[in-house]
Design a protein around this ligand. Sequence first.
Ligand SMILES: Cc1cc2nc3c(=O)[nH]c(=O)nc-3n(C[C@H](O)[C@H](O)[C@H](O)COP(=O)(O)OP(=O)(O)OC[C@H]3O[C@@H](n4cnc5c(N)ncnc54)[C@H](O)[C@@H]3O)c2cc1C
Length: 340
Amino acid sequence: MKPFRYERAADAAGAVATVAAHPGAAFLGAGTNLVDHLKLGITAPDLLVDVTRLPMDQVEELDGGGLRIGANVRNADLAAHPAVRSRYPVLSQALLSGASGQLRNLATTGGNLLQRTRCAYFQDPSAPCNKRDPGSGCAALKGWTRYHAILGASSHCVAVHPSDMAVAMSALGAVVVTLGPDGERRIPLTEFHRLPGDAPHRDTVLQHGELITAVELPALPYAARSRYRKVRDRASYAFALVSVAVALDLEDDGRTVREARIALGGIAHKPWRAERAEEALRGLPATEENCRAAAEAETADAHPLRDNAFKVPLVQNTLVAVVRELVPETPGAAGLEGSR
Ligand SMILES: Cc1cc2nc3c(=O)[nH]c(=O)nc-3n(C[C@H](O)[C@H](O)[C@H](O)COP(=O)(O)OP(=O)(O)OC[C@H]3O[C@@H](n4cnc5c(N)ncnc54)[C@H](O)[C@@H]3O)c2cc1C
């Protein structure tokens, strides 16, 4: 491992100024992703600025009913928070589906959003990878692609974004709050992560030295009816093959969709907000047929690779199942009660 300096930040503005002034510097959260990358030789910062002692570790009520989640709130604490469990169960479920108990006890909200892809070729410094080493090529294109993207990929990168938490936050309309050299910014989560295009090394729209200070969840009363389902190769401790987050607002008849918020994981370079499916469901009864049409609309542009055509029906079926489970009239559905 290349030697590096370590500093513990005393205040947010100082941390931003230090990292912004050093091209080779990086913020350090819990280190559960970044330190692995140092060991693997995927990245080699010469200065780490530890931000975990900064006072960004609270979940606070916002005027109007939303929540402000400090960037240092640990994944386990966020999943267990009473307001998250009751008002945004999809987020609690997504967090609990990720990693292991030990990792969730450490991992921070800010670090989770910025964790990097689990593409095996990205993690192997001997393989060409445009994300790790811009311009070197993409070994995945002709390689093993079971875990790779079916939507939004490019000829430069077919990796997927790994965070479960971010998929739920995307469905909930979260906003990322940052502090950078030019001051504070508020970035909708749907615009925070990038599709690869010809610059897959840039995962997000953050500038160097821009610190995540918080994530805000808007008030979304119907998110009490929400659910996250993750399909994976093992029952636990595995990244998603596909995942689906849904929050559903139903008319008084208990079956017609007033609004649906849907996001998908494991299929694209970023948490994939399923706006086509949302639009297709709006105003219609959430029948099996209508849900399937919505899922098919969302995946109409899917472009599977050699080993992952199975993801198209898998994500469609999972989307249909999750929406249907949130509708009280569905036989056997747990409905609202079961989503908590
Ligand atoms: C074995 C294993 C299994 C896992 N399984 C899952 C899974 O199933 N689902 C899932 O979602 N995740 C999973 N994870 C990933 C885990 O959730 C992440 O490693 C963790 O969330 C990263 O948070 P951290 O605080 O440790 O970030 P760090 O490793 O400290 O940092 C990650 C990145 O974020 C940057 N950063 C950190 N904090 C800030 C900030 N406030 N502002 C700006 N930049 C910042 C760092 O510079 C770095 O680039 C797994 C990890 C491991 C090791």
